[in-house]
Design a protein around this ligand. Structure first.
Ligand code: CP
Length: 304
């Protein structure tokens, strides 16, 4: 039995296989519409979500399976003090696979260690968000046609943004990736990631201004400032609108640069950018359903 805690749980070859399945699902959805008949997915979300929970549920429904779960810790027995370990043992009797989001780093890993069904980390605190990374990689691969040889700018809250941490971890396994980290001083990329890049001799630069680096980017990955991880509201208010991508900044970018965002967006991308063909963040959401369908099939060991 396999779980998914980090994008590194899959080798590059296994990821290729997963993306091939996802692309086949996109091209031939009817072929997969009964693949998970008789299977149940539990979505256990201790933190708010729109995309991840609903795209997991859509993925299972598209595969002919069923879904159950909770979307709020307060509507589960966590509110009465039940541990994640006990909850997953119970859920294992109800479902065949579980997607779990939790505010505490490592909670899905604790669940996996106690589970008799596959557990998928659907985001743990500021740590990792592997299925968002699978979504991001599939989006880049589908639109750019490759997962190597590009300069990617990651902009916004690089300290608390778990999607950023997961994506960097995944991208370092591909060739010739150049990272530009664009953040305010207070929200820089964690030191452990910088150490890892240094160890692997992977080029990176840390900058403050988006305008200065946007002309050299092939991919711009925008993120929101993670309000829920701040201890102090004043700091959040000071930093929340530090970067706003608008038409003027887009005019400085390459004609084939693509803009990704894991969403939800707050103010960091002006709505006037949405109609720019380079803005692919809503397409990205659709790729998230295909890749989660491919992931459910893979972890449930169902071949079509
Ligand atoms: N990208 C993402 O994780 O969105 P949700 O928080 O809505 O699931």
């Amino acid at each position: 039995m396999r779980h998914l805690m980090s994008p590194l749980d899959f080798t590059v070859d296994e990821l290729e296989k997963l993306f091939t399945i996802a692309q086949d699902i996109e091209a031939n959805p009817e072929k997969y519409s009964h693949a998970c008949e008789g299977k149940k997915l539990a979505t256990c979300f201790y933190e708010p979500s729109t995309r991840t929970r609903l795209s997991f549920e859509a993925a299972m429904l598209n595969l002919g399976g069923k879904v159950l779960g909770f979307s709020d810790a307060n509507s589960s027995s966590a509110a009465k003090g039940e541990s994640v370990s006990d909850t997953i043992r119970v859920i294992s009797s109800f479902a065949d696979i579980c997607a779990m989001r939790h505010p505490k780093e490592g909670a899905p890993m604790v669940a996996a260690s106690r589970s008799s069904i596959p557990v998928i980390n659907a985001g743990d605190g500021g740590h990792q968000h592997p299925t968002q990374t699978l979504t991001d990689l599939l989006t880049i691969r589908s639109i750019k046609g490759r997962l190597s040889n590009f300069t990617i700018g990651l902009c916004g809250d690089l300290k608390f943004g778990r999607t950023v941490h997961s994506l960097i971890n995944a991208l370092v396994r591909y060739e010739n990736i150049n990272f530009i980290f664009i953040s305010p001083e207070e929200l820089t990329i964690p030191e452990y990631i910088i150490e890892m890049l240094k160890e692997k001799n992977i080029p990176y630069r840390e900058v403050r201004k988006l305008e200065d680096s946007i002309p050299e980017l092939d991919i711009l990955y925008m993120t929101r400032v993670q309000k829920e991880r701040f201890f102090n509201e004043e700091d959040y208010i000071r930093l929340k609108d530090y970067y706003i991508l608008d038409k003027e900044k887009m005019s400085l970018a390459k004609s084939d640069m693509i803009v990704l965002h894991p969403l939800p967006r707050v103010n960091e991308i002006s709505v006037e950018v949405d109609d720019d063909p380079r803005a692919v963040y809503f397409k990205q959401v659709q790729y998230g359903v295909y890749v989660r369908m491919a992931l459910l099939l893979t972890l449930l060991e169902i071949e079509i």
